[in-house]
Design a protein around this ligand. Structure first.
Ligand SMILES: Nc1ncnc2c1ncn2[C@@H]1O[C@H](COP(=O)(O)OP(=O)(O)O)[C@@H](O)[C@H]1O
Ligand SMILES: [Mg+2]
Length: 300
């Protein structure tokens, strides 16, 4: 079953379409990386799912039930825009207020549980405003995790974090999905980070989903290429073409795709009097895949 299933979602603001018939399928248990340029409709989608915005048209189901169903709403935790914390209250008090709002029974137990998940168990007494950005983001996640949601929606949670903050966030999100069985929808434009944890991707453009793909499928499709720099690119290009290679010009280098053996490639070049200045193997990652999607072509 999918944790989120969206069909034909449309939302306009003053006659301008922010979402224009969006479809989306987020498998249960996934970390779904939601990618798109600024203004493409990521936050609007997330707000619609959370019930902060009412769509004009379309359907949203969560775990197979309409998203308006109270039972299923209780399964959704979200961090969108800001944490909603009171700056002068402690981390613990903020969590307590939220636990009361949610009507939780074992409030202290639940607070300790979420503090542990976000690695903040030693900082519960800190005043919220004294926390670092990374801590604040983690507190926001802790707030969203109160009540043990089955789906967590995070809007750009790693923006502005330093390397350590990003690493912690990665560990936490993987922990949440692996050990707590939670599905995570995370929007981000930091593709290099997303790539380390996402199991699925959805690419949105101008309010429409232009591609959904599992990370495993992307990996199996992700081709390897060899970049070649040499004095005479044109001669190398012609030689490799004649040799049956799939080769393309790319700025100051050639890219040779589907190379089985680097040794053979360099031997062919040398035998024909072409000395490579650089010969390096690369994997086509999320960044390049995304760029190629945006330019209207599938990955090379
Ligand atoms: N409350 C609003 N009022 C008017 N326009 C809005 C509002 N929220 C979003 N938009 C517009 O909708 C489009 C999508 O915005 P958004 O969902 O925030 O994109 P993203 O999160 O991908 O950057 C943008 O053109 C934005 O200006
Ligand atoms: Mg946004």
């Amino acid at each position: 079953m999918n944790a989120i299933e969206i069909r034909g979602l449309t939302k306009s603001f003053r006659g301008m379409y922010a979402l224009d018939g969006l479809t989306m399928s987020v498998p249960e248990g996934s970390i779904y990386g939601f990618i798109g340029e600024n203004g493409s409709g990521k936050s609007t989608t997330e707000k619609c799912i959370c019930g902060h915005l009412v769509p004009d048209k379309g359907s949203i189901s969560l775990f197979g039930r309409p998203y308006t169903d109270a039972g299923v709403r209780a399964k959704v935790g979200a961090l969108i825009e800001n944490t909603g914390c009171f700056p002068s209250s402690s981390v613990y008090s903020n969590l307590m207020m939220q636990a009361i709002n949610l009507g939780l029974r074992d409030r202290n137990g639940e607070i300790q549980r979420v503090l542990k998940i976000v690695r903040m168990e030693d900082n519960a007494r800190l005043t919220f405003k004294k926390c670092s950005l990374g801590m604040k983001q983690r507190i926001g996640i802790a707030m969203a995790l109160l009540g043990d949601p089955a789906l967590l929606i995070l809007d750009e949670p790693i923006n502005g974090l330093d390397t350590d903050g990003m690493r912690l966030m990665r560990e936490i999100l993987v922990d949440i999905t692996k050990n707590y069985g939670c599905t995570v929808l995370i929007s981000s434009h930091i593709l290099g980070e997303l790539e380390k944890i996402a199991t699925h991707y959805g690419v949105i453009r101008q309010g429409r989903m232009i591609k959904e793909i599992a990370a495993s499928e992307m990996d199996s499709r992700a081709r390897v290429y060899v970049s070649l720099k040499t004095q005479n690119l044109q001669a190398a290009y012609e030689l490799l073409r004649q040799d049956g290679c799939n080769v393309k010009f790319e700025e100051d280098e050639l890219r040779v795709y589907d190379v089985a053996d680097m040794g053979t490639l360099s031997a062919v070049l040398l035998q024909n009097g072409i000395a490579p200045r650089e010969l390096k193997k690369h994997r086509i990652g999320l960044e390049e895949y995304y760029v190629s999607l945006m330019s209207g072509k599938e990955a090379v």
